[in-house]
Design a protein around this ligand. Sequence first.
Ligand SMILES: Nc1ncnc2c1ncn2[C@@H]1O[C@H](COP(=O)(O)OP(=O)(O)OP(=O)(O)O)[C@@H](O)[C@H]1O
Ligand SMILES: [Mg+2]
Length: 329
Amino acid sequence: MDIVTITLNPALDLTARLEAMSLGEVNLVSEANLRAAGKGINVAMVLKDLGREVGLTGWLGEGNQQSFVTLFAERVLADHFVRVTGSTRINVKISEQSGRVTDLNLPGLTIHEGEVAALEAAIDELAPQADWFVLAGSLPKGVAPDYCARLIRLLKAKGKQVIFDCSGLALTEGIKAAPTLIKPNLEELEQWAGRPIKTLSEQAECARELQAQGIAHVVISNGADGLVWFGPDATWQAIPPRMKVVSTVGAGDSLVAGLAHGLSLGWAPEQTLRLATAVSALAVSQIAVGFSDIDVLTPLLEQVRVQRLDDLAPTRLNTPSMENSGDAQ
Ligand SMILES: Nc1ncnc2c1ncn2[C@@H]1O[C@H](COP(=O)(O)OP(=O)(O)OP(=O)(O)O)[C@@H](O)[C@H]1O
Ligand SMILES: [Mg+2]
């Protein structure tokens, strides 16, 4: 095992398609799919497809764990999830012919003291086996918003590198523990900053503030417009190729997996960024998370545009070689 992902709040995603929904009536669903999901789990699947040995932990409800257990067996992921009394949350997504989508997010687990201790014991046991940890996704009930910060500190005290991808208050609190890398999207960054972030120089300003708090790598993603990576030595921008979007689920997680892969192998930033961007672009072109054949990445790797931003003036976005990026702000 060389990387461990931590998912504190996994979910079962139930998607249902029907002609049109009538409230208060019995509705026949024409197509349904139940999928084990969760940000850290997605990251692990992509890392595995990149050839890494991955371990997973977090909390999983014992009441409805079968889809997860099946997935971990299929994708050969080492399952170190702590089992918790109750059922993992189910998120229902109902899609109608008209294109209208209705979400029903059911309540999930409530975590108790003993389960917190059990998770930390699992992490203690995994720590000697991996130098890199990825902590991704939201928090379940019963856990305080600063819990990610606690885990980050615990891992850092053991000398581990921590990649942290979270939002809202858990992100704000986790930042205080100075993980190795964070990957907010623009919206999450705005939430943290408490102000709109319109230009690249405003992104740079935030990144500098975050780096001053001890976060070496700040990666700010912005959907089809790509991402900017503020590293300790240089700033890089990557623009993905134009993709036909099938589902954006897992794009951010794929990006995180690519970054974790390159960084943990000590790759040059440009190579890491090219791979991470290609993997995330691929993610939006398909429903599934990950890929069965690594060769599908080859054309995308060539099409990703990476450039070093030595000057952070916002006008840099409009250089002729980056014609796609005119609206990147
Ligand atoms: N429409 C798209 N076309 C090409 N690449 C995309 C597209 N959307 C996202 N990506 C790629 O995926 C990366 C992450 O996407 P995004 O910024 O939307 O992350 P996110 O909001 O964290 O996503 P998630 O909802 O998975 O957490 C982008 O930086 C980009 O490389
Ligand atoms: Mg995200």
